[in-house]
Design a protein around this ligand. Structure first.
Ligand code: ADP
Ligand code: ZN
Length: 517
């Protein structure tokens, strides 16, 4: 069996040997077993079902939610001489019935199909009459509510197992922390399946996180060190995308916008330019990227905070798929967390879902403010141990200075309390520093015991303190930016818990020189 697999790998796909756990996965599925495969983007997931489909009798049915990706895969396979086809909404009735005829005639090795099409009674009964080699469920995290891309049709894919219990199933995903993983196995009734987890480390990606003063200017400094490189800039909203793309173009960067609010022709044209030309910078919302396979993306820059660590990992993972050095750069400030909270709270999602998303946001904030090796923290989130000291993240290359912030934290928290937990950081900082103004006078805040007790730090230092207090879960910013104490604040207020803060690097563009080496 393994000789046949290796032979096909070399003859059809032109690869000399299997990579990572591919050989074991192929053997498992070709032998009729189920598998759950977790492999980072670019790891080589497709082969894990393509080869077993060729090794087994019949046609491999691939469930994929992404039409663009389906077409790319099928085109690529056909060039290799594999008999592949897809069924989705882009085909007219005639084309679709040609594909169905080929399937029934045993003339297909692989058939890609969107989940909603697969689940139609018509297609299911078609499958009853066909010989099926295996079912591959791509982007399997879509079955999980905990994951970031839930699709309800994925929940109904259990029908595959119920209707064709003998047919092996392989579920694949590039994003799955432990809870998502469990949910995939459970929802797809894959419990007895073997799980194959590849390392999620992307050693060629350098991780850097900076604090926002003026995001767009900081982005321009960053881009100056990446002139001529292809890259992606992720921003929070469509409006931000449009405005940043325009500012970058004015500054001479070959930047293009991409978001779901653009008309589809313009969007497709921009995507095509990004894929085909060198040195295009795509400024985008997260609508851009799923299934984009461009190997030489040299950087992914987040000019606003992403929504979760999984999202951040997924988005930054689009850099450096060719294995060459690449840079993941993130710029964030307290305002970002306020915006994201607003977005979450105003969404249509249920209360439980909202709480979950807020927790994920908190975890990401903790990651941003951590002084530990970024790679270690990131992989730890996915349950993968790493010794740390990777030598290729900001915290390893330039270990952050810390200072004893116990007293400052106490002052900050008590000032939030005294002013009634109704104000944003800017006002509380004014009170701490005793900055005279009408507002303070009107509110009577200049008579509080905390008035002026923080004159020893400047505004920028206080902002850093507040940002880190939020990141450590010692303060909570509501969707209007008002700061409130949390259950954890008490111990700090009473002086029972010492606190160390990281020292923010000075404003100067020290970063951009580093980017080059
Ligand atoms: P994923 O779906 O996990 O993102 P792909 O299946 O698209 O990854 O594979 C990523 C790239 O790696 C492709 O260009 C593919 O040809 C290449 N690849 C996959 N397996 C091997 C292998 N065994 N040897 C060399 N290259 C491989
Ligand atoms: Zn590191």
């Amino acid at each position: 069996m393994s000789d046949a697999a290796l032979d096909l790998l070399q003859r059809i796909f032109g690869h000399r040997q299997f990579r990572g756990e591919q050989a074991q996965i192929v053997a498992q599925v070709a032998g009729g077993g189920d598998a759950l495969v977790l492999m980072p983007t670019g790891g080589g997931k497709s082969l894990c079902y393509q080869l077993p489909a060729l090794l087994r009798e019949g046609c491999g049915i691939v469930v994929s939610p992404l039409i663009a990706l389906m077409q790319d895969q099928v085109e690529g396979l056909r060039q290799l001489g594999v008999r592949a086809a897809y069924l989705n909404s882009t085909l007219d009735a005639g084309q679709a019935s040609d594909v169905e005829r080929a399937l029934l005639a045993g003339e297909l090795d692989l058939l890609y199909v969107a989940p909603e099409r697969l689940l139609t009674p018509r297609f299911l009964s078609l499958l009853d009459r066909a010989q099926i080699a295996l079912f591959a469920i791509d982007e399997a995290h879509c079955v999980s509510q905990w994951g970031h891309d839930f699709r309800k049709e994925y929940r109904e894919l259990t029908v595959l197992h119920e209707r064709w219990p003998q047919v092996p199933r392989i579920a694949l995903t590039a994003t799955a922390d432990a809870p998502t993983r469990e949910e995939i196995a459970e929802r797809l009734t894959l419990e007895p399946a073997r799980t194959f987890v590849s390392s999620f480390d992307r050693p060629n990606i350098r991780y850097t996180i900076v604090h926002k003063d003026n995001g767009v200017r900081q982005l321009q400094d960053f881009l100056a060190a990446h002139r001529g490189d292809s890259g992606i800039v992720y921003a929070f909203s469509r409006k931000r995308v449009d405005s940043i793309a325009e500012q970058l173009r004015e500054a001479g960067v070959d930047a293009l916008p991409y978001h779901a609010g653009m008309d589809s022709a313009a969007r497709a044209a921009n995507q095509r330019r990004f894929l085909q030309e060198d040195g295009v910078v795509m400024v985008a919302t997260i609508a851009f990227g799923m299934g984009i396979d461009k190997p030489d993306v040299r950087f992914v820059a987040h000019v606003d905070l992403p929504k979760s660590i999984e999202g951040y990992y997924q988005e930054t993972g689009r850099a450096g798929r060719d294995g060459e050095a690449a840079h993941a750069w993130l710029c964030y400030g307290l305002g970002d967390t306020v915006n994201l909270r607003q977005l979450i709270n105003q969404s249509q999602a249920g209360e439980e879902r909202k709480r979950l998303e807020l927790r994920k946001l908190d975890a990401l904030l903790g990651y941003c403010e951590s002084t530990a090796c970024r790679r270690q923290s990131l992989l730890g989130w996915f349950g993968e141990p790493h010794a740390g000291a990777c030598g290729n993240c900001d915290n390893c290359l330039d270990p952050p200075q810390t200072w004893d912030g116990t007293q400052a934290a106490r002052k900050a928290l008590s000032c939030v309390y005294r002013t009634g937990q109704r104000f944003g950081a800017a006002h509380v900082i004014d009170v701490l520093r005793g900055v005279p103004g009408d507002r303070a006078t009107q509110l009577g805040h200049d008579t509080l015991s905390t008035w002026g007790i923080g004159a020893d730090l400047d505004e920028r230092q206080w902002r850093s303190v507040f940002r880190q207090l939020v990141a450590h879960g010692l303060l909570e910013a509501d969707e209007h930016g008002a700061l409130r104490l949390t259950a954890a604040s008490g111990a700090v207020l009473r002086g029972e818990q010492p606190l160390h803060f990281r020292v923010d690097p000075p404003k100067a563009a020290r970063r951009s020189r580093r980017d080059r080496d």
